[in-house]
Design a protein around this ligand. Structure first.
Ligand code: AMP
Length: 287
């Protein structure tokens, strides 16, 4: 049982109303891998430059994360800088230096090719398909995307979506992709593109926290908790999907409590399970 993740491994500079962090570890694959590794072994495929050193690699050490697929090349690591508004709901990208990520061609090591679950992080949809061509029959294929690819590579994205089981996007991305404002209609339209399941809805709240520090990586951490849980579960039935969504929300709630992966790197499985159970209380009511 293992999960393959392909995505960015980055340096992030982040400013929130509560502080600023310079050149800290980020990237979609980093957040995803640490979150998913609480449940199943993770195979990570990405690229970093020579400036990515032992200090950054230490975040993955001692965890169930295989780094054979993390390529190191000449040049600098992908760098992203963002600034959040006071309510933390919107952010502005100040800088994106693709650096070595610009020429990223995912190469999947032979030992990763039989991974049961595949998460295609937010990269060019053409590359996402190239990853799928290198793996053999995964049980679940999930993918992420963003407005950049939805508007610039719509046709390629459609071809990728035809090959995935689960699409993880936010409401704005779902609206743009489907051309439907209403989220229920948007979900139906997206299901017709490939990501399939029986029609149905499940509402999961964000965990009410006293300290929200930095939302960066929350989406990828949600994906890691969601798919990590599903990879370890017996099957993707309705109840498992619901529990997986709550597990995604649980992991994401830890992610936002500190900058970078700082909080994710200190939590224990016991703390995760305790907060997962708190969700039951949070959403329970009598008729
Ligand atoms: P999220 O907050 O879940 O959207 O993910 C934020 C992470 O995505 C940050 O750690 C960034 O390093 C990374 N990121 C930002 N822009 C891009 C991009 N264009 N391609 C890939 N990763 C990105």
């Amino acid at each position: 049982m293992s999960i393959l993740v392909v995505g960015s491994v980055a340096f992030d500079t982040v400013e929130t109303p509560f502080g600023r962090a310079e050149r800290v570890l980020g990237g979609s694959a980093s957040f995803f891998a640490v979150a998913a590794s609480f449940f199943v072994p993770v195979n990570l495929v990405g690229v970093v430059g020579r400036d990515f050193g032992e200090k950054q690699l230490a975040a993955f050490a001692g965890r169930n994360i295989d780094l054979e697929g993390l390529e190191r090349t000449e040049g600098l690591t992908f760098l992203w800088e963002g600034k959040y508004s006071y309510d933390l709901n919107s952010r502005e990208t100040i800088r994106t230096d693709l650096n070595v990520f610009e020429f990223f061609k995912p190469r999947i090591p032979a030992s990763y090719r039989s991974s049961d679950v595949v998460f295609l992080g937010n990269i060019d949809p053409v590359l996402q398909r190239e990853v799928l061509e290198q793996v053999s029959k995964p049980r679940i294929v999930a993918c992420d995307t963003m407005n950049f690819w939805i508007s610039r590579k719509a046709e390629e994205l459609r071809k990728t979506l035809a090959k995935v089981d689960v699409l993880l996007v936010n409401d704005a991305e779902a609206r743009e992709l489907s051309g439907e404002w209403n989220i229920v209609k948007a979900a139906r339209a997206i299901r017709a593109m490939g990501p399939h399941s029986d029609e149905g809805s499940f509402a999961a709240p964000a965990f009410p926290l006293e300290n929200v520090f930095d939302p960066t990586g929350a989406g990828d951490t949600f994906a890691g908790g969601f798919l990590g849980y599903l990879a370890g579960a017996a099957g993707p039935g309705d109840q498992e999907l619901r529990r997986a969504i709550i597990m995604g929300s649980t992991l994401a709630s830890f992610c936002v409590e500190a900058f970078s992966l700082d909080r994710l790197l200190t939590i224990t499985r016991k703390e995760i399970d305790a907060r997962f159970r708190q969700f039951l209380e949070l959403t329970r009511f009598s008729e």
